[in-house]
Design a protein around this ligand. Structure first.
Ligand SMILES: Cc1cc2nc3c(=O)[nH]c(=O)nc-3n(C[C@H](O)[C@H](O)[C@H](O)COP(=O)(O)OP(=O)(O)OC[C@H]3O[C@@H](n4cnc5c(N)ncnc54)[C@H](O)[C@@H]3O)c2cc1C
Length: 407
């Protein structure tokens, strides 16, 4: 009698587990259960509809540094299925990928439908059964079988189970997995932007500064990179990275904290002071508003002069030293109180999920229940933006599928 693998979740990780298990073991019956009426819905919207499938990084240690949670776990798993394998897997199925300057990789068609169609074709080719509108409410493991209770009172039984249900925003939603004996790390949002309600800087919306350093006061969190001012606060790579690395710490502070911004990321306060001495001579007769010697966006320069109380008509040579000191402070340690967060619609993930000590990274099998596997975001692994989350979904899905196929 053929064995039956049930995969819970029709997302990237669930599909990758299902199609690879079915392909590698034609005797295996494979079923995907998806609670919603849509398959691969996050793949569809990801990367602005282009699907940022992976990252142009071919060094395992380097790649693993982009995961605020699960760094060691993914490092082990990447030895079995890495970025190079993702690229080859899709290329072998007619999907070419390309990389962009920042390392993000997309299908050359720039359409997530290319990835979706490839996975659907593969599922069809290997007879993967798909059941939509099928929400698993509870799982019992008895007599070496998994008995699944479905929301509409149906029961489905299988020999192997792969839970690829994605991240849940609330701890209570993991209850059915806890009942299987697993520990859940509290879910908290990662990859969000910072709100500055009513702050005057938001009138500069649309301004972006290439090289900033942003620190969070009272923590070790500090990141470098482009910062974007939006109509509600701060966004851009530097903010998203802080939100990912600080996901837990910032949640405990209820997303109320203060940031210090160095708008001139490449210069320390001391260097900026030295530069000011030079400008007093070199630009002596020029009006400070007209000469923005650091190449900052003009609107930001004018804003900082205003915040500092410097008369924009002042000539460089006449800048009073007290005002100069205040201006240097605002350029290098601009303080801003953050009050809340906004979901980053482009790429949002949940930190938290199944405790990694309870899963073997070499097989994705549970250490608590035999023949139970996990894949994707349901585990306590999450990456920063740039294709890292999908890579984890492909890696863990593949490893689970491959191991189930050989049981
Ligand atoms: C808008 C957006 C854009 C993104 N863009 C990118 C990107 O460009 N690059 C990147 O690397 N990452 C991106 N991400 C993150 C990435 O999409 C996720 O990390 C990845 O999709 C996780 O895959 P998964 O299969 O583990 O979970 P999911 O894709 O969340 O799939 C889980 C599936 O399980 C189903 N399910 C849940 N519970 C049950 C149940 N009890 N019974 C049955 N079915 C269930 C859900 O309905 C869902 O379809 C983005 C995320 C979002 C929200």
């Amino acid at each position: 009698m053929s064995k039956h693998l049930i995969v819970i979740g029709g997302g990237a990780a669930g599909f990758f587990c299902a199609v690879n298990a079915a392909r590698l073991n034609p005797l295996l019956k494979v079923t995907i259960l998806e609670k919603s009426s849509k398959l691969l819905s996050k793949v569809k919207v990801s990367g602005g509809g282009r699907c940022n499938v992976t990252h142009h990084c071919f060094d395992i240690v380097e790649m693993s540094k982009h995961y605020p949670r699960g760094q060691h776990f993914v490092r082990k798993a990447f030895h079995q299925f890495f970025t190079t394998d993702t690229i080859r897997w899709f290329e072998e199925r007619g999907v070419k990928v390309k990389s962009e300057k920042d390392g993000r990789m997309f299908p050359v068609t720039d359409s997530s439908d290319t990835i979706i169609n490839c996975l659907l074709r593969e599922a069809d080719k290997y007879n993967v059964e798909i059941k939509l509108n099928t929400e698993v409410k509870n799982v019992n493991y008895t007599n070496e079988k998994f008995h699944l209770e479905i929301a509409d009172s149906r029961q489905i039984t299988g020999d192997y189970l792969c839970i690829a249900a994605g991240g849940y925003p609330k701890s209570s939603m993991f209850e059915w997995i806890r009942k299987l004996g697993h520990t859940i790390e509290e879910p908290v949002p990662s990859l969000f932007t910072f709100n500055l309600p009513g702050h005057s800087i938001t009138k500069l919306m649309g301004v972006s500064v290439e090289r900033t350093i942003v620190k969070i006061i009272g923590s070790k969190l500090s990141e470098e990179g482009p910062l974007l001012i939006t109509h509600w606060g701060f966004s851009g790579p530097v903010v998203l990275r802080l939100s990912a690395w600080g996901a837990r710490e910032l949640a405990t502070r209820n997303w109320q904290f203060t940031v210090l911004i160095n708008w001139l990321g490449e210069y320390s306060e001391e260097r900026v002071r030295e530069k000011f001495q030079r400008f007093r001579f070199d630009l002596a007769t020029q009006k400070i508003i007209n000469r923005n010697p650091f190449g900052l966006p003009q609107r930001l320069w004018e804003f900082l002069l205003d915040e500092t109380g410097v008369n924009a008509e002042t000539r460089w040579a006449d800048l009073p030293s007290k005002e100069q000191n205040r201006l240097v402070k605002n350029l290098c340690t601009y303080e801003c109180a953050v009050k809340g967060k906004t979901t980053f619609k482009e790429e949002f993930v949940t930190a938290g999920g199944i405790n990694l000590k309870e899963t073997d990274p070499n097989t994705m099998m549970s250490k608590k229940v035999p023949n139970l596997f996990f894949a994707g975001e349901v585990m306590d692994v999450d990456g920063i933006t740039g294709g890292f989350n999908f890579q984890h979904a492909w890696t863990s899905g593949f490893i689970a599928g491959k191991n189930i196929s050989s049981l």
